[in-house]
Write a protein that binds this ligand. Structure first.
Ligand code: GRF
Length: 206
């Protein structure tokens, strides 16, 4: 079996997606292991999750850096020190800069709570409700320099119910996110993805 890919997860909050990845990686046949968790917020619950799982973590507060490039460099250093090969953004509330994208070119993933290219940016669930969409969902994509614009790796749809408010819809999307992120990271880590134009092609059985 090929060596498992070392993954760094960048978080800012609760970290339920981080937890899903940690749980998936408990299976030795899963092609990735979580090597490091980096949070820009010292109080993020995701840090507790890393600690409970015995995973190394670092707090890198963005406020202590004079600009984004310097913040990015601190994150790159932490990732490199831990031999990270793939970076997963999981509720990381900062925009990732060019330096980090260059350092981990084509190996930075993000999860977004809508079917991109619909409803990018903040408050995607609220936007879908306000628009009156009947279906929304979640997307895992490679990160590029835009906001939620990179090539789509995997998506799943979630119906919008007449009775939904932002909270109820967000909860159902969140539950789907956990499975989607686990599946998308597996595809990338096992080398089943390749980019053609702006499309991600998946090799072999899914
Ligand atoms: C998720 O809804 C994800 O789509 C968005 O941020 C949220 C993170 O949730 N990017 P959690 O911290 O993983 O629970």
């Amino acid at each position: 079996m090929a060596a498992r890919k070392r993954v760094g997860v960048l978080v800012s909050g609760s970290g339920t997606n981080l937890q899903a990845l940690i749980d998936a990686a408990k299976d030795p046949s899963y092609p990735a292991e979580i090597a490091l968790v980096v949070s820009n917020v010292a109080t993020a619950y995701a840090l507790e999750r890393a600690k409970s799982a015995g995973i190394a973590s670092q707090v890198i507060p963005h406020g202590q850096h004079k600009d984004r490039a310097s913040f990015d460099r601190a994150i790159i250093d932490a990732l490199r020190q831990n031999q990270v090969e793939i970076v997963c953004l999981a509720g990381f509330m900062r925009i990732v800069g060019k330096e980090l994208l260059d350092a981990f070119g084509g190996r930075v993933l993000n999860i977004h709570p809508a079917l991109l290219p619909s409803f990018p940016g903040m408050h995607a669930v609220r936007q879908a409700l306000q628009y009156g969409a009947k279906v929304t969902g979640c997307t895992v994509h490679f990160v590029d320099e835009g906001t939620d614009t990179g090539p789509v790796i995997a998506q799943v749809s979630v119906p919008v119910l007449e009775t939904d408010d932002e909270d109820s819809l967000a909860k159902r999307i969140h539950a789907e996110e956990h499975q989607l992120y686990t599946r998308a990271l597996k595809l990338v880590a096992e080398g089943s993805t390749r980019i053609e134009g702006r499309a991600v092609r998946i090799n072999g059985p899914r």
